[in-house]
Ligand binder design. Structure first.
Ligand SMILES: Nc1ncnc2c1ncn2[C@@H]1O[C@H](COP(=O)(O)OP(=O)(O)OP(=O)(O)O)[C@@H](O)[C@H]1O
Ligand SMILES: [Mg+2]
Length: 415
């Protein structure tokens, strides 16, 4: 495993392009000014913002009424989720005409209806349409269309039957995810990120977290939510400077401190997701005592210690995981969480390491650690922490038990 992280970058590139499903290299994300596009004339119907506008001719432009009918008037029993920017409803459309269909027939879709809360919501809606309208990959959620009518802003996605990784890891109800499934989900998310990072015009996703990793009926993972996505640096530059946006507990420390954003910030956030997969704990959980509130602070000391790693492993796994496999993921997480951004592995390297893990002969073999089961799965650390969060428009996930919404605190000027 260690070796593959040292593999030359060209190997990574080759791997990405060898996969026929990843061959859709996105072209430059150009957001033309109004004067460059004729359709701009109809300002009521054309999504636009300060001269930036929609660039996705293949997306369906739904009317509000069509989506109202598709979701049975946004009925509460069609509600499947709530995020910081609005509610998500299940809907049905005709697979050919995309007209509203009878519930239970046609294509199932997820309709995200943004709360009409102004500029930032619209900006993120627009970024989502522009990025997902152009980026296509099996590990990115498919955007089918949008609606921009009056103040209404909606997005129509393929429906992901198993919902988000967050639901499976932290909510009571669904079957706990098995270890092989956790590895599979990590691989899916890593493929999506590698694709973005290695595409011709690099894209920084900026919002890697369990709630943005959606799962199909086979636990095939796809990244959703491109509202914070940002074009990567060009030329010799290593980063872009921008106002800090993201979700607390997932954002990389150098990005929070300086506003300098690079793909390595995504790698850090992916490291946090790996910790969530290992431990079954949220990145931030205010219901926990002291240092345990912050997953990275709490878990880091255990990651390299083979004898103590089991203490942070998810008790819902009931010891059913290959020890070696967990050690590899723990060591990968540690590398992703490295405090020096440039020393963190690239996503394609992380992907290679995870794929090798899946190939390991014992990956699917249940591994019962009797000794570990006998001991308490969680040890409270007495380590003391001081961490300072600069005030920034990070998404805040308040507590494990609270609603999934967060406060969205600000706007980014450099869009
Ligand atoms: N395409 C989809 N298919 C099925 N369920 C979805 C889909 N998109 C979103 N959801 C569900 O709706 C929930 C809310 O999604 P949303 O992206 O609005 O918020 P979030 O990811 O929880 O928070 P944030 O606003 O910070 O991104 C998700 O957690 C998921 O359970
Ligand atoms: Mg989301």
């Amino acid at each position: 495993m260690g070796n593959c992280l040292k593999s030359p970058s060209s190997v990574c590139k080759a791997r990405v392009s060898q996969n026929p499903t990843t061959s859709t290299t996105p072209s430059a994300i150009i957001v033309p000014s109004c004067s460059e596009r004729n359709s701009c004339e109809d300002s009521h119907r054309s999504p636009q913002l300060d001269g930036l506008m929609l660039q996705s001719p293949y997306l369906k432009d739904f009317s509000f009424n069509e989506l109202k009918n598709a979701t049975r008037n946004f009925r509460s029993d069609s509600l499947i989720g709530e995020g910081g920017f609005g509610y998500v409803f299940k809907g049905w459309i005709d697979a050919q005409s995309f007209a509203a269909a009878k519930p239970g027939s046609g294509l199932v879709v997820a309709v995200k209806k943004l709360k009409p809360e102004g500029f930032q919501g619209h900006r993120e809606w627009l970024a989502e349409v522009n990025y997902l309208g152009q980026l296509h990959h099996p590990n990115l959620v498919k955007l089918i269309g949008y609606c921009s009518e009056g103040d209404n802003r909606l997005l129509v996605y393929e429906f992901m039957p198993k919902g988000s990784l967050e639901n499976h890891l932290f909510r009571r109800g669904p079957q706990p995810l098995s270890w092989p499934t956790r590895v599979k989900v990590a691989i899916g998310a890593a493929k999506g990120l590698s694709f973005l990072h290695d595409s011709e015009s690099q894209v920084i996703y900026r919002d890697v977290k369990a709630s943005n990793i959606l799962l199909d009926s086979d636990f095939h993972a796809k990244l959703s939510d491109f509202g914070l996505a940002k074009a990567g640096p060009t030329g010799d530059k290593t980063h872009v400077s921008t106002q800090v946006m993201g979700t607390q507990g997932y954002a990389a420390p150098e990005y929070i401190a300086t506003g300098r954003l690079s793909v390595k910030a995504d790698v850090y956030s992916f490291g946090v997701v790996l910790l969530e997969l290992l431990s079954g704990r949220r990145a931030v959980d205010k219901t926990k005592p002291g240092v345990e509130q912050n997953l990275v602070e709490w878990a880091k000391p255990y990651l390299l210690d083979k004898r103590r790693l089991f203490r942070i492993m998810d008790s819902k796994l009931e010891g059913q995981y290959p020890k070696k496999s967990a050690q590899v993921v723990a060591s990968l997480a540690l590398q992703c969480l490295g405090s020096e951004a440039k020393l963190r592995p690239r996503m394609c390297e992380v992907l290679q390491a995870l794929e090798q893990l899946q190939d390991m002969k014992n990956a699917a073999k249940p591994y019962l650690l009797e000794q570990e089961k006998a001991l308490s799965p969680v040890r409270r650390s007495t380590m003391r922490q001081h961490h300072h969060h600069r005030r920034s428009p990070l998404h805040r996930r308040p507590t494990a038990s609270s609603s999934p919404s967060y406060q969205h605190l600000g706007a980014e000027r450099s869009f």
